[in-house]
Design a protein around this ligand. Structure first.
Ligand SMILES: Nc1ncnc2c1ncn2[C@@H]1O[C@H](COP(=O)(O)OP(=O)(O)O)[C@@H](O)[C@H]1O
Ligand SMILES: [Mg+2]
Length: 325
């Protein structure tokens, strides 16, 4: 257990006044999403039913294109489903008009993305104030709340820094503070750790977990990394627009000694996931090497990134060995 993440978790507890809205239950029923491009149809979600509880962090795993981002977007009201229902704290989102759906997005859902979306010309504090300005919060409250939120995510002393002056992990923490600006009951994070090294990723996922477990928010996070997923309360596996499995981290650990039936299947799935991730990192390395050879990427930059990727592969191989893959 990292002492940094424990420190942040304690910070969250002592800052109760910042978080007055507890999480709500989000229930997704038979959700269907079809994207149409001209005559082309893509069925991104093919009847997904799954619920997310307050005080719980759930991770959604699944291959690229399995519908993870689409599902988060439907919950966040970024886009409307083709069929089915999202019941958000008792409110059916499909019953909201466009204006109310915009308001829902602004006030009820905090978004955190893989590509950290801070405004480069604003300081950390100003970035956190932005959603409050959009929500019409009085200026007097904004600055102080922004500072409080930055403190809660472990960034006291970084308030006046610009994004480029912060590390990737620090930027993602600012992004989490931005997501919390309007005290939304639900936080959705779309591969928030994909760009971070494992140690940094751990801190970020533990911070998100603290928001669920200690503050009572409903937190949903998508990830490719089983090591991130096992730090959450529950794992939902999506494939080709369908939920194909649900398990707890404890089940994953037990599967180190595979049991018959469903657990063995889940174990098998995990091993496959880890192998697929290793393969995709290896492909990324090959592409980088190729790009560096062609002079499209500076050599030093490529070397640094390749070293990171190799470290990630090594960690995944260790994980694979420990779960008997
Ligand atoms: N705006 C869009 N227009 C057309 N197709 C889309 C759009 N967004 C996603 N898709 C398709 O929907 C499927 C699910 O995508 P996505 O939800 O992004 O998956 P994931 O996040 O799991 O990678 C993919 O086949 C993707 O190509
Ligand atoms: Mg995605």
């Amino acid at each position: 257990m990292g002492s940094a993440s424990q420190g942040v978790a304690r910070g969250l507890e002592s800052l109760g006044g910042l978080f007055e809205r507890r999480g709500v239950r989000v229930e997704v029923r038979d959700l269907v999403k079809i994207y149409r491009r001209g005559k082309l149809e893509v069925q991104a979600l093919r009847g997904v039913s799954v619920s997310f509880e307050a005080g719980t962090i759930t991770s959604i795993m699944g291959p690229s294109g399995s519908g993870k981002t689409t599902l988060l977007n439907m919950i966040g009201g970024v886009d409307r489903p083709t069929g089915g229902s999202v019941v958000f704290g008792g409110q059916r989102l499909e019953e909201l008009g466009d204006e109310d759906l915009d308001r829902h997005r602004l006030l009820n859902v905090g978004f955190v993305f893989q590509a950290i979306n801070l405004v480069p010309s604003l300081t950390a504090r100003e970035n956190v104030e932005l959603p409050m300005i959009l929500a019409g919060r009085p200026p007097g409250e904004r600055g102080e709340r922004a500072l409080g939120l930055l403190r809660a995510v472990g960034l006291e002393g970084r308030a006046d820094h610009y994004p480029e002056e912060l590390s990737g992990g620090e930027q993602q923490r600012v992004a989490i503070a931005v997501a919390l600006a309007n005290d939304p009951p639900v936080i959705v994070a779309d591969e928030p750790t994909a760009e971070l090294d494992y140690e940094t990723a751990k801190g970020v996922v533990d911070l998100l977990a603290g928001l669920a477990r200690r503050v009572g928010k409903t937190v949903i996070v998508t990830t490719h990394d089983p090591r991130v997923a096992v730090r959450t309360d529950r794992i939902v596996r999506l494939e080709d627009g369908r939920v194909v499995g649900e398990y707890t981290p404890l089940e994953l650990e037990r599967q180190a000694a595979p049991a018959p039936g469903g657990a063995a299947d889940a174990h098998h799935t995990l091993i496959e996931l880890v192998r697929a991730r290793i393969a995709s990192l290896e492909r990324e390395i090959e592409k980088l090497e190729e790009a560096a050879r062609r002079g499209e990427v500076p050599l030093r930059q490529a070397a640094r990134r390749i070293a990171e990727l190799e470290a990630a592969i090594e960690a995944l191989r260790d994980l694979l060995a420990s779960i008997g893959g």
